[in-house]
Write a protein that binds this ligand. Structure first.
Ligand SMILES: *[C@@H]1O[C@H](CO)[C@@H](O)[C@H](O)[C@H]1NC(C)=O
Ligand SMILES: *[C@@H]1O[C@H](CO)[C@@H](O)[C@H](O)[C@H]1NC(C)=O
Ligand SMILES: *[C@@H]1O[C@H](CO)[C@@H](O)[C@H](O)[C@H]1NC(C)=O
Ligand SMILES: *[C@@H]1O[C@H](CO)[C@@H](O)[C@H](O)[C@H]1NC(C)=O
Ligand SMILES: *[C@@H]1O[C@H](CO)[C@@H](O)[C@H](O)[C@H]1NC(C)=O
Ligand SMILES: *[C@@H]1O[C@H](CO)[C@@H](O)[C@H](O)[C@H]1NC(C)=O
Ligand SMILES: *[C@@H]1O[C@H](CO)[C@@H](O)[C@H](O)[C@H]1NC(C)=O
Ligand SMILES: *[C@@H]1O[C@H](CO)[C@@H](O)[C@H](O)[C@H]1NC(C)=O
Ligand SMILES: *[C@@H]1O[C@H](CO)[C@@H](O)[C@H](O)[C@H]1NC(C)=O
Length: 541
């Protein structure tokens, strides 16, 4: 299972924990041309492949990745607990640059099910065949592992598509790791004729439950087992279709792959499996995420597992209410805000500004609960207290479902409902077995409450994963600094740190290595300083 991970800024020698094995990867980022929806497009490839290479490691491993930027643009590399993603320049995520991270259990840790016969990774997402500006249209389709839909209907899908085929054997059990790596669209995932047993999400085993389809929002990961009732000897459809949309208009926007049994006697035929199931009504819409429960007896032996402590009995030190509103125009530009702040990237990297006493690079005045409807553009970030245990209420007053993500942390999703959050909603929080993850959905007209233990120092991006809203300004940072910093909880920047903004003059001539061709661009680089500096190192805990 994937664990939340700590990023260390350090030289290798200070970082690798002697007893833990290390794995090494080289990522060469380049442009290639592919046609995920039949239209040739330039995408970002990792080692020549789209989607990118798998990072395959085991809990506690040290993973060392050398990133060689052979693109002609700047990039930010983010590591969600389960997928790597590159964001190069503005909106380039539309053009790829992502790949999966698979984190296996250590052999000594029991898993709450029989070991599967195989692991299958699905990267699904909405796709746009044309350049888009900050305001998104309807996507042109949904890809599955970078490929076009299978021709399940000759009217809707053109001939000659290159589609994904998943080869399986009869009577076996497979674990599917499904990642929504898309831009903005929530998807419903299902396999014809198969029960899916929900097993886990980013980092946690869940109480297993059967269902026929499930929703997966932008930036989220879900692990499922597939089961089938009768003997399988044909091919089956795998479908990923847009959720919460007008079905008819969106009919073309459906990803379709084929599950092929080795003893298959014929192709997949007929209509696609129906979207969201009413058979298991608890799984419809918000009932689905609310029914997700952590299996608290699974994986107990893990050392220092963030989450096995009784989060529900820890006193909350602070509450933050963060409201998102739909975009409005500011100076002719479409901007969206969190608590009235439409975020503007500082010119000088936040943590570098701290280290070099640059004043005014950012403001620590991010407001709490406000009904401000006229956003202003600003560099306000959250002054969070190291070792605090905070409650964050994400109130979605925007018009569409949003995925909120906090870098460097996983949080407990303790409550979710429609309407306005009030303090007495706390009595219904799940204080025992809620799932901890790094991304959560927040329904429009609703709220999601999360608990976060602020034990990972740094400046952490809190953002809406839906790319359009993110770029319109729905993001900020949490600055979590150990006041007694002694060089242990936070390490110094590496030698080849890139200086920008007010610190430009400190920039040393960098070595001519292609691996160093990362440019100073905006604050993304800075906060994610650790993430873009080479060698790129992180460690799972
Ligand atoms: C990861 O590596 C392990 C051990 O080398 C291997 O058994 C497994 O199939 C790999 N998984 C993936 C998804 O590549
Ligand atoms: C929870 O985990 C335990 C221990 O691994 C396992 O025996 C049990 O079947 C799991 N329960 C569910 C509902 O997944
Ligand atoms: C977007 O358009 C520009 C100019 O028309 C072009 O150079 C660029 O390659 C396009 N990007 C994508 C992702 O197609
Ligand atoms: C294909 O899709 C069209 C449009 O929804 C529908 O009218 C038609 O019945 C479908 N064809 C088949 C064979 O299902
Ligand atoms: C899920 O369904 C399968 C049969 O398809 C059954 O064997 C299994 O017990 C069910 N699991 C749960 C957790 O309900
Ligand atoms: C939590 O708060 C309660 C009430 O203020 C207090 O009695 C209790 O000691 C606190 N618990 C901890 C672990 O600090
Ligand atoms: C933020 O607002 C909420 C709701 O009014 C309040 O409960 C909380 O104490 C406030 N937090 C801070 C840090 O002022
Ligand atoms: C930030 O919070 C700390 C306490 O954690 C406080 O001492 C400091 O004054 C705050 N800074 C600002 C600018 O609000
Ligand atoms: C936004 O908030 C206002 C005022 O609380 C409420 O009337 C409206 O229904 C909300 N809209 C959404 C989409 O949540």
């Amino acid at each position: 299972m994937a664990q939340p991970f700590l990023l260390h800024i350090a030289l290798l020698s200070t970082l690798c924990f002697a007893d833990d094995p290390s794995v090494f990867y080289d990522f060469k980022l380049s442009y290639i041309t592919v046609s995920p929806l039949g239209v040739p497009q330039r995408v970002i490839a990792v080692n020549g492949a789209f989607p990118g290479s798998v990072v395959n490691a085991t809990t506690n491993y040290n993973v060392v990745v050398n990133v060689h930027n052979q693109l002609d643009e700047n990039l930010l590399m983010t590591w969600s607990s389960n997928a790597e993603k590159l964001v190069a320049g503005r909106c380039s995520r539309a053009s790829g640059g992502f790949g999966p991270i698979v984190i296996n259990n250590r052999a000594i840790i029991d898993i709450p099910f029989a070991r599967p016969d195989g692991d299958i990774v699905f990267l699904v997402g909405d796709w746009y065949t044309k350049n888009h500006t900050v305001k998104l249209r309807m996507p042109d389709g949904v890809f599955i592992n970078g490929k076009e839909p299978y021709r399940y209907n000759s009217t809707l899908v053109p001939d000659g598509n290159e589609y994904e085929t998943i080869n399986v054997g009869p009577g076996k059990t497979y674990r599917f790791r499904v990642h929504n790596v898309g831009i903005s669209t929530s998807l419903n995932f299902r396999i014809e004729g198969h029960n899916l047993v929900l097993e886990g999400t980013e980092g946690r085993y869940m109480m297993q439950q059967n269902f026929t389809s499930f929703d997966i929002h932008v930036g989220e990961v879900i692990f499922v087992f597939s089961y089938h009732g009768s003997e399988c000897n044909k091919n089956y459809y795998i479908a990923a279709s847009a959720r919460f949309v007008n079905e008819l208009m969106w009919e073309r926007v459906t990803g379709v792959a084929v599950l092929h049994y080795s003893n298959s006697k014929g192709p997949a035929t007929g209509p696609l499996p129906a979207a969201s199931s009413d058979v298991y009504s608890q799984w419809s819409s918000m009932n689905q995420p609310r029914a997700i429960r952590q299996n608290t007896t699974a994986s107990r032996a893990r050392p220092n597992p963030q989450g096995s402590f009784h989060y529900g009995s820890i006193n909350v030190t602070e509450t933050l209410v963060i409201r998102s509103l739909p975009p409005i125009r500011i100076n002719g530009k479409l901007r969206a805000a969190l608590n009235g702040i439409s975020f503007v990237k500082p010119d000088t990297p936040i943590r570098l500004a701290d280290l070099h006493n640059v004043k005014g690079a950012y403001k620590l005045d991010f407001p709490n609960k406000t009904n401000e409807r006229t956003p202003k553009m600003d560099r306000s970030i959250i002054n969070a207290t190291y070792r605090g245990f905070i409650e964050v209420i994400l109130q979605n007053n925007d018009t569409k479902i949003q995925s909120f993500h906090l870098d460097g942390y996983s949080f407990f999703v303790v409550g979710m409902d429609f309407g306005e959050w009030t303090q007495n909603r706390r009595s219904n929080y799940n204080k025992w077995d809620s799932i901890s993850r790094c991304t959560t959905e927040v329904y429009p007209g609703g709220w999601t409450a999360v608990f976060v233990s602020l034990d990972n120092v740094g400046v952490r991006n809190l953002r809406v994963e839906n790319l359009d809203r993110w770029y319109q300004g729905q993001e900020t940072y949490m600055r979590i600094i150990n006041p007694e910093e002694n060089g242990k909880t936070e390490m110094a920047p590496p030698d080849n740190v890139q200086y920008c903004g007010a610190l430009q003059s400190l920039q040393k001539e960098s070595a001519s290595s292609a691996a160093m061709a990362l440019h100073c661009d905006n604050s993304k680089l800075l906060i994610n300083l650790v993430r873009t500096i080479l060698p790129f190192i992180y460690s799972f805990r």
